[in-house]
Design a protein around this ligand. Structure first.
Ligand code: ADP
Length: 195
């Protein structure tokens, strides 16, 4: 199974990514975690990445692709993956599609998790209150939500046009969201699409 999760900050990409990877026995590939690990490593590219992360800006496509594509290629041998947060821009989506075509891979579904903005903000601020990530401050949260709308949400139509979009209401307890995704995946006849 090869899935990607398309969701604004706070919708539960990370949570659902882990749960789905566990239930489907495939690799969870979190773009944000990989980029944070690279930033922590303090390499020259890591320092560059850290500056984008702290501002809540998207890391440039070329850097993201360099960091993520080897991870995706490695996960192919594990029987599949849940891509969490990658691709997140149209250029990333077309580059990922080209990589998929080269490897002969198809994407089974793009899962769009949606929830009202007030819910997203509330969840992110709650995480901040628990000593969460440095980008969970209210100004940076607003900026990340805005970037989702301007830059990532066009991917919803991109994958809908390819017939692989699965939209799921994420304003529910995590288990209910996971159950619905798994049920709807198993309802579907083999889905055709390219990453
Ligand atoms: P969230 O969805 O809450 O923003 P993530 O962990 O998915 O959390 O992403 C955190 C940050 O990592 C983003 O704000 C962005 O700076 C960077 N990032 C993650 N994925 C990508 C991507 N595909 N392209 C560019 N930047 C990314």
């Amino acid at each position: 199974m090869r899935l990607l999760l398309l969701a604004p900050p706070g919708a539960g990409k990370g949570t659902q990514g882990e749960r789905l990877a566990d239930r489907l026995a495939v690799r969870h590939v979190s773009a944000g975690e990989r980029l944070r690990a690279e930033a922590r490593a303090g390499t020259p590219v890591g320092r560059e990445i850290a500056a984008y992360l702290d501002r809540g800006d998207l890391v440039p496509d070329a850097i993201v692709f360099d960091v993520l594509s080897p991870v995706v290629v490695a996960a192919v041998g594990d029987g599949g993956y849940i891509l969490d947060g990658f691709p997140r821009t149209l250029p990333q989506a077309t580059a990922a599609a080209a990589l998929g075509a080269r490897l002969g891979l198809t994407l089974d579904a793009a899962v769009h998790l949606y929830a009202p903005e007030a819910v997203l903000v509330r969840r992110l601020l709650a995480r901040a209150g628990q000593g969460g990530r440095s980008d969970d401050t209210s100004a940076v949260i607003r900026h990340r939500l805005q970037l989702f709308t301007t830059t990532t949400s066009p991917l919803i139509d991109y994958y809908r046009d390819r017939g692989i979009l699965l939209a799921v209401d994420a304003d529910r307890p995590p288990e209910a969201v996971t159950t619905e995704i798994l049920a709807r995946l198993s309802d579907r006849s083999p889905i055709r699409g390219t990453t």
